[in-house]
Each structure stands twice: as C-alpha cells, then as structure tokens.
Design a protein around this ligand. Structure first.
Ligand SMILES: *Cc1c(COP(=O)(O)O)cnc(C)c1O
Length: 384
C-alpha cells in the first residue's frame, strides 16, 4: 500500500464533497443550466450562489467578488493577463517572483511577448521575498504585483500583508496565488489588502477542474476577460457554470474554513516528527524557512544521491521531487536553485506533503522507508 504524502499536488476529495457533487449530478431539480431564467435554472443558480458565498467566506470576501474558473492555473492567467491588458494604458510593467508557480511565470512570459516588461524577483536563501525588495522593484509604470502566499514546493509563507500595504500605497494591484494557502493559512483579503486571489478546489479536498478568482469590487473594472463567449460570470469567464463542480468547491471551502486550525494543529507535530526522523541521517537539509512555512509541506535535500534513484528507493511513498507539474523534466527545481542549493542538492530534493488523512503510523513508516533507502543508496555509491 502506498503511503500518500503528496497533498501539495492533489488532496483526496472529502466524502461530504463527493456526496454533495453526487447529489448535484443526480437530483432532477439541479440539472438545468444555472443561467436559465426558468424555475429549474433558478434552482441550480441558487446552489451555485450558495457555493459562491461559501468560497467568499473562506477568504473574507463578498460573494459577488468570486468568479468561477477551471482551477488556479486559469485564475492566475485571468488575473495577470486580464489585469495587465486592461491597465496597459497606465503602464506595462509587472513584478513577480522567480519562485512562482509555472502558471504565473508562463503568463508573464506571454505578456512579455506582447510587449510588457516583467521583473522576476529572487528569494533569499530561506525562500522569502522581502517586502523591501518588492518595494524597490516598483516603477512608475508598474500596474501589478503577483506573489504566492504559500510556495508549493517548500511551503514558505510570504508576508502578504506587508506587501499589500506597500502596493496599496503605490496604487499597484496585488494578485496572490493562494492555492496552497487555502485551508492552511488564514486568508482575509481585506486585512491583507489583496485585489486578486487565486484558489483551486483540488488543493483543499475538493474536485479537480474547478477553481475561483477573487476580484475585489474596486478592481473588477480593471480586469478584462481572457476567454470570449457568453456573458456568464459578469462576462469575465464565459461558459456554462459547472454546477456539480461549483457545489463541490463550496462544500470544500466550508469544511476548510471550519477545520483549518485543528487540521494544522494536528499536522505540525506530524511534520516535525517526519523532519526529526529524516534529519537523523547526515547530509539531509531542510529547504525553505524553518518557521515561516505552511503546516503541510516538508522539503528536504539529500546529499550524494541522485533524485531519480532516491524516488525509486522511496516508491512505497507517494512523494515528489519538486512540483508535480515539473515532474516530466529532469531539470533541478528552479525554486530550490533560488535558495542557493547546488544543482546536485536541488536534484536530490524530496517534497513530503501531509494532509487530513495522514496518520502518525504512516509518518513513522515514511521515516523508516526514507532512512533505509538513503542508507542503502549510500552504501551502493559511497560519496566521493
Ligand atoms: C496546484 C497549484 C496551481 C494550479 O492549480 P490547478 O487548479 O491545478 O490549475 C497554481 N498555483 C499553486 C501554488 C498550486 O499549488
């Protein structure tokens, strides 16, 4: 039996979420197009709006500030491309970090091809993007800053509140990718002074293929759609709203809001036990900040061992060597290279990510598998 320690890549769908989705797919009263004006459409629409309020409540937003998307990738694309294009008259410069998710970095690449300028900030050796570094990168023509709250590889938490304050002072929009933060860190879009914020259901025990973009009331006229079609979602994201997906995300958001504190209180000691266990071996390093990180991720580098062989030795564990989306490439993680890790250490990195279903027994077994695996590989190929 594989021990699942890859919750940063996908979380299992909560039973209550699956039950609500099942009902949405089978209840004859919920099959109409939620945009339809008849009573059947109204019934579906009622449930869509209830879910919108639940997602809004998770982040301290109003229901009318939530736009449904297919996931955080699409939310990030809509936030960056949609806001940059509509504000192009004011300026054509964006600021982000080199440690962002591929969907943010690729959206920036696309904007550069369209004539925008992008500054990709480095992190410090612990993975932090210092607010002062962000402030120094702002130019008179900067219209948008995009930074993630919790890094998907290391779990490092950025000081979004401080960055929110300085963006507000300078009249620059702030977009936050909160896909890993939701259900783990407190998120209050007003307190943090965030204008746009991306969420993904499958990172918080909801289904894959659904996400949301928060667009603050004040910002909504500063974003243009990326897709064209019907007028759904106030024209910002046309296409028939997927009732069952949305209902699933609503339940997931309600559960995340209710369980966040207790979930994390349970995960922190498990994550610490995992670290205590694997760091008994020499040559095992923690990637990221020792304190400022989310409760679910532990990323370690192992000296003298090739990443591929290590993953093979750990095949009893579902873990990854970097971001799931980069799993196809043999390139060492760019996020870890930013921390100053050598290509070798960045390559021999393992990301463990824990979740609601993780038990202390599984963590103990994971330590055992890791320690015996690393010791065996080191015996086979002793460090030079
Ligand atoms: C998973 C993830 C995404 C992409 O979300 P999808 O819903 O899979 O498109 C974006 N950003 C971060 C930080 C993520 O962890």
């Amino acid at each position: 039996m594989t021990i699942y320690l890859d919750h940063a890549a996908a979380t299992p769908v909560d039973r209550a979420v699956a039950a609500a989705m099942c009902e949405a797919l089978t209840d004859p009263q919920l099959q109409a197009n939620p945009a339809a004006t008849h009573a059947a459409g109204e019934a579906a629409r009622g449930r869509v709006e209830q879910a919108r309020a639940e997602v809004a409540a998770l982040i301290g937003a109003a229901a009318g500030e939530i736009v449904w998307t297919s996931g955080a990738t699409e939310s990030n694309n809509l936030a960056l491309i949609g806001a940059a294009r509509l504000r192009a008259g004011r300026g054509r410069h964006l600021v982000t970090a080199a440690s962002e998710h591929a969907s943010v970095l690729a959206a920036c690449d696309e904007l550069e091809r369209q004539g925008f300028a992008v500054t990709r900030l480095p992190t410090d050796p612990m993975g932090i993007v210092e607010p002062a570094v962000v402030a120094a990168a702002l130019r008179p023509d900067t219209t948008l800053v995009s930074l993630m709250q919790v890094n998907n590889e290391t779990g490092v938490v950025q000081d979004i509140a401080a960055i929110g304050t300085l963006c507000r002072e300078r009249g620059v929009l702030l977009h936050v990718d909160a896909a890993q933060a939701a259900g783990r860190e407190a998120i209050d879009v007003r307190a943090l002074q965030v204008d746009l914020l991306s969420l993904s259901a499958h990172k918080m025990y909801g289904p894959k293929g659904i996400g949301a973009l928060f667009i603050s009331r004040e910002t909504v006229r500063r974003v243009e759609p990326v897709l064209v079609g019907g007028g759904q979602e106030r024209g910002l994201r046309p296409g028939t709203v997927a009732t069952h997906q949305v209902i699933g995300m609503g339940v997931a958001a309600r559960l995340a809001a209710g369980r966040r504190v207790e979930d994390c209180a349970r995960l922190v000691p498990l994550r610490e036990a995992l670290w205590a266990g694997v760091s008994r071996l020499p040559g095992v390093f923690l990637n990221g900040h020792p304190q400022r990180r989310a409760c679910h991720i532990l990323n370690v580098s192992v000296a003298g061992i090739e990443g591929e062989s290590l993953l093979h030795a750990l095949r009893e564990l579902a873990v990854s060597s970097g971001a799931a989306c980069a799993a196809e490439s043999a390139e060492p993680s760019a996020v870890l290279r930013l921390l100053g890790r050598s290509p070798e250490l960045a390559q021999g990195a393992i990301r463990f990510s824990l979740g609601r279903v993780t038990t202390a027994v599984e963590v103990a077994r994971a330590v055992e598998v890791f320690v015996t695996g690393v010791e065996r590989l080191r015996r086979l190929a002793p460090p030079a």
